[in-house]
Design a protein. Sequence first.
Length: 320
Amino acid sequence: MKRLGVWLLSSLFAASVQAGTASLLFAGDLMLDDGPGRTIAAGGDPLAAFDDIFKGVDYRIGNLECPVASGGKALDNKIYTFRADPRVLKVLQGRFDAVSVANNHAGDYGKAAFMETLGHLDGAGIAYVGGGRNLSEAHRPLWVERGGLRIAILGYDEFKPRSFEAAARQAGVAWSEDSHVVRDIRAARRAGADVVIPFMHWGWERESGPSRRQRELARLMIDAGADAVVGGHPHVTQGADLYRGKPIIWSLGNFVFDGFAEGPTRQGWLLRLQLDKHGVASWDTVAAHMDEDGTPTPEHGARTPCGRRGQAGIGLCTTP
């Protein structure tokens, strides 16, 4: 097991140079208001400790857990609402190629702020998935072309309020309706995707493992043609499983987020996937620990899930 961890961490996740392979990184919740926002406004950089890891992969995706806007009005029917200053996007540029906006905080300041967020992302050169100006755009795959592969990323939210859902002529997020998810996965395959990965916002907060609903939906997505399933939202990591040889990472937990006491809610994972035309060749997770201001640093020596194609079960690798 130790040799497997060293092999994965030392050789597979340098930027892909071989034709027909690509490496992707997924991060959990990026909440850039409050503590992280104050850090950035003061000239700090909450992502600096992970620069070498970001540079070591071909494409990076995170979950943007807040609108990024100067306008809008906080919804009065939510306990917590977030809105980050547009200047925070400078810390994402050059590190994250794309973000998912399919989450329960994307609409915290209303449709106008959501639309403003999409405009700021466009201006910063950061792609987005799981939301848009209408239903069709919200369900559109994020197409990633690296190493000769055509990769489709899909983003969905299934945590209330559903009022954030996009409609035919209404901006919002892609809601995780089973029939729509299956349709989108199959459509991406027909459109020429070599690899399809849904990025889910699901599950119950602070639960240590996946719910029955998560398990059923993950299997449905893989049966429909997904090569891996990546999840977030519960504010804690939830482990990983294999189904039909395809990895399911139930929750990556938080990555940049303050307001939590010391414990599982301050732990998160970065997920690295090595892809080829057959799907996921290998993968690992890198442990991160957040301080009280929401700034993460690598948790050196932590043992977290990893695996490779053909492996009978989930292994453990050590964060360098």
